[in-house]
Each structure stands twice: as C-alpha cells, then as structure tokens.
Design a protein around this ligand. Structure first.
Ligand code: DC
Length: 221
C-alpha cells in the first residue's frame, strides 16, 4: 500500500513549499491539488462561464479533462491536452478557483483524480480537504497554519521582491476573507482533521517545519 501524507491549511501557510520539500526528502511524489482547482477555473474563464452561475459551472466542468504529469520532478497540469501550468498562478485564476472550487460537481471530479493518484504512489498531497475528505486514511495528516499577519508579510515580501507595490493591511484583509470563504463553505470546508497534527509555522523556518513533519512520519512508520 502506498504511503500518503496529507497537508492541509489556509492560503499562504507555506503548504506547497513545505510539501514539495518533504516529498523530495522522502522521495515521494508531490501533488498540488490547488493547481487542479486552478486549472478547472482557467477552463471556466476560457469558456466565459460566469462565476455566479453554479449550474453552468457544474455542466461545463464535465468537459474539462484534467491530468497531471511530472517534468524534472515538477508537477505539470494538463488541461484538455494543453500544459497550462504557467497560467495557473494569475490572480484572476485564483479568484475564480476560490468560487468554483466550492461547486460540488467540480469537487467530485477532482477528488476522484486525487484519490486515484494517492492509490498508485507514495504522495505528499496538499490542499484544504485532503485529511478530512480526499484521504481520510492518510498515514500522516498535518494541519499547517500561521497567523494571518505572518502569511500577509510573506506574501508582501514576495510581491516586493518582484518589484510590485503592495499594501500589507490590504493583503492581510484579503487573506482573512479567503480564510473565511474556505472555512465556511458548505462543501468540504477547510478544517483540521481530528487526527491531524497542528503545525504553526509563524515562528519556524522552512527546514524546521519540514523536519517536524518528517518526524511525525518517522514516528508513525
Ligand atoms: O492553494 P491554492 O491557492 O492553489 O488553491 C486554489 C483554490 O482552490 C483555493 O481557493 C482553495 C481551493 N482548493 C480547495 O478547495 N481544495 C483543495 N484541496 C485545494 C484547493
């Protein structure tokens, strides 16, 4: 049976950076489920489906074929035959994903894909509902979080390094709004699974967080 490590947590907690590094250290495959929701959002945007039309989203998402493959160890997302990985981080795509990921038809489709992947390989999978819904029997479950101020500060520094002007308070307000949306949606809201280990990375380095997660894995092995 493959080993599965589930990492959930709010936006900006550092899940992808951490999950990627843990996967590398353990020679597991890293699966970024947020990228799958983003690819679906990109499909909906391309087809000009209005975000408030849940029925149209449910119908349209059936025509999107999403799969992943790996290039030099990096996850690539393929949408109807096209590698769309480079397009997924756009703000517009993230905003659409935040709405369309709450649609039950979208979730059903992507959760099946995620479960298939986890059944076929040792994975570190990150998202919002991995430990609670996608992989309820995961060997290790981590709930990775950090204070909203810390998460805003990380994002602020990232944008500043890119030379973009930004406002820390506005970024924090945006993060809090996203948290609220992710935690209060009807279907698969973000919450810590009962058997998940809480890791608050506010005062930790990336390596310290990875070591903490690997220690949980070693203990449960
Ligand atoms: O982690 P991210 O920003 O790439 O995720 C994009 C969106 O998808 C975000 O609004 C949360 C949502 N998402 C989800 O609902 N379930 C997951 N397992 C992963 C992401």
């Amino acid at each position: 049976m493959p080993t599965n490590i589930a990492i959930d947590g709010p936006a900006g907690a550092g899940k992808s950076t951490i999950a990627k590094r843990v996967a590398k250290e353990l020679s597991f495959i890293y699966v970024d489920t947020g990228a799958m929701y983003r690819a679906m959002a990109l499909y909906l945007l391309k087809h000009e489906i209005p975000m408030e039309d849940a029925e149209a989203i449910a119908e349209s998402c059936q025509d999107a074929s999403i799969s992943i493959r790996y290039k030099n160890g990096e996850q690539q997302v393929i949408l109807n035959g096209e590698n769309v990985t480079a397009l997924l981080r756009a703000e517009e795509v993230g905003n659409m994903a935040s709405v369309s990921s709450a649609n039950p038809s979208v979730r059903k489709k992507l959760v099946s894909l995620q479960q298939e992947l986890a059944a076929s390989a040792d994975v570190v999978m990150d998202g919002r509902d991995i430990g609670t819904v996608v992989l309820p029997d995961a060997n290790v479950k981590i709930y990775l979080t950090a204070s909203s101020r810390t998460r805003a500060m990380r994002r602020y520094q990232e944008l500043q390094q890119k030379g973009e002007t930004c406002d820390l308070d506005a970024i924090e307000a945006d993060i809090k709004e996203r948290d609220y949306r992710d935690m209060h949606r009807e279907i698969s809201p973000l919450r810590q699974a009962e058997d998940a280990v809480l890791v608050d990375s506010s005062e930790m380095t990336i390596q310290e967080v990875c070591d903490a997660i690997i220690a949980v894995y070693e203990e449960k092995k």
